[in-house]
Design a protein around this ligand. Structure first.
Ligand code: PMP
Length: 364
């Protein structure tokens, strides 16, 4: 609508307009119960209906098999960097990391405190622009798990398929924070999928963990109660006060994604948006550049630079004047980044592409 900007932020990120309107209409008095969701007891029947519906809609969206638990937690994806080794490993257990960007690297550093991680591959020396072919990887046959970040939010590198751990007891663990629910995923390939909500499915404050049930219940003795999956699973994510309003918002987003026809349809829209943006970059003949190898370019986060880097500040300023905001790249890499999550409408990407062409015509 007229008074909204196109928000290309990496997260917290834009939410679907109809979801915001629905939340607005229910804010003051949720479905006639006389109070808002923010004021409800998390143990009352109203909130129970909200969290149960959110969970069951997510299970439908991702076709989550029945031997997996869904947990709504707090502490961001960052907290999972420690919770995962604490729940899956003894201090001397080895784990593998395939690192394709700075989030995977952060997860690695945190895991070092609780187990013995090692890199089977890191893209750092090539500035995180690639994903290796899986056949060439030397996996550790004793590793408890293999960790990947399915979509690196800062570098714009996204796995299009997933490695299979060589050892049959080893599980694949994926940080899907920035491409969660952006496309169908075969959950059964993973032991754990985790994601902060604030990019594709809701506000910050909710972290979703999808875990195969047999992996629950082996936490190290020192594991704080808030990090122990067993506690949260046994209590249906209600061991302590959960982030109620955030869970409610995620639930509205899940309903919206189902109404759109589910993740197959959502992926089609995301592909189309990414395609027109990457095409615009390619067709600019070097005026704009994407550093990422073509086959692994993210559908969600599109980093690009200007050949004339001195024009970057001007680009961001002019775009903001036209109500396209948050296009500055992450401080660690510079340049620009357009995050085009599920809730970014095609019209937003079309407007950005038209602006890029016009900007180039004026500055080439
Ligand atoms: N992993 C990825 C891929 C991310 O993009 C982010 C946040 N940008 C994080 C982890 C950290 O998430 P949080 O801020 O929710 O802890």
């Amino acid at each position: 609508s007229q008074d909204r900007v196109f928000n290309f932020a990496a997260g917290p990120a834009t939410l679907p307009e109809n979801v915001l309107k629905k939340a607005e209409s229910e804010l003051y008095n949720w479905r006639g119960c006389g109070m808002s969701v923010m004021e409800m007891s998390h143990r009352g029947k109203e909130f129970l209906s909200i969290i149960q519906k959110a969970e069951s809609d997510l299970k439908t969206l991702l076709s989550i098999p029945s031997d997996y638990a869904v947990l709504f937690l707090q502490g961001g994806a960052t907290t999972q960097f420690s919770a995962i080794p604490l729940n899956l490993c003894e201090p001397n257990d080895q784990v593998d990391f395939l690192v394709t960007g700075s989030w995977g690297d952060k997860a690695f550093k945190e895991a070092q405190k609780f187990c013995k991680p090692h890199f089977i591959w890191s893209g750092k020396s090539e500035k995180y622009t690639k994903i290796p072919s899986f056949d060439s990887l030397e996996q550790n046959l004793n590793a408890r798990y293999l960790h990947i970040c399915a979509n690196e939010t800062i570098h714009g590198v996204e796995f299009k398929d997933y490695p299979t751990p060589k050892n049959k007891d080893e599980i694949l663990v994926a940080d899907m924070s920035s491409n969660f629910c952006s496309k169908p995923v075969d959950v059964s390939q993973f032991g754990i999928i985790y994601a902060g909500a604030q990019k594709n499915v809701g506000p910050s404050g909710v972290t979703i963990v999808i875990i195969r049930k047999d992996l629950i219940g082996n936490a190290q003795k020192i594991t704080p109660v808030m990090l122990d999956y067993k506690i949260h699973a046994e209590n249906n994510s209600l061991y302590n006060t959960p982030p109620c309003y955030g869970i409610y918002m995620c639930g509205l987003v899940f309903e919206d994604l189902l109404e759109q026809g589910g993740l197959v349809e959502v992926e089609k829209k995301n592909k189309k948006k990414a395609e027109i943006l990457y095409n615009a970059i390619e067709e600019s003949e070097g005026f704009y550049r994407s550093p990422v190898e073509k086959s692994v370019r993210s559908l969600m986060n599109v980093p690009f630079t200007l050949e004339k880097s001195e024009l970057e500040a001007e680009f961001i300023k002019e775009a903001a004047k036209e109500k396209m905001v948050q296009l500055k790249g992450h401080r660690s890499v510079g340049g620009m980044r357009a995050s085009i999550y599920n809730a970014m409408p095609l019209a937003g990407v079309e407007k950005l592409v038209a602006f890029m062409k016009d900007f180039q015509a004026r500055h080439a």
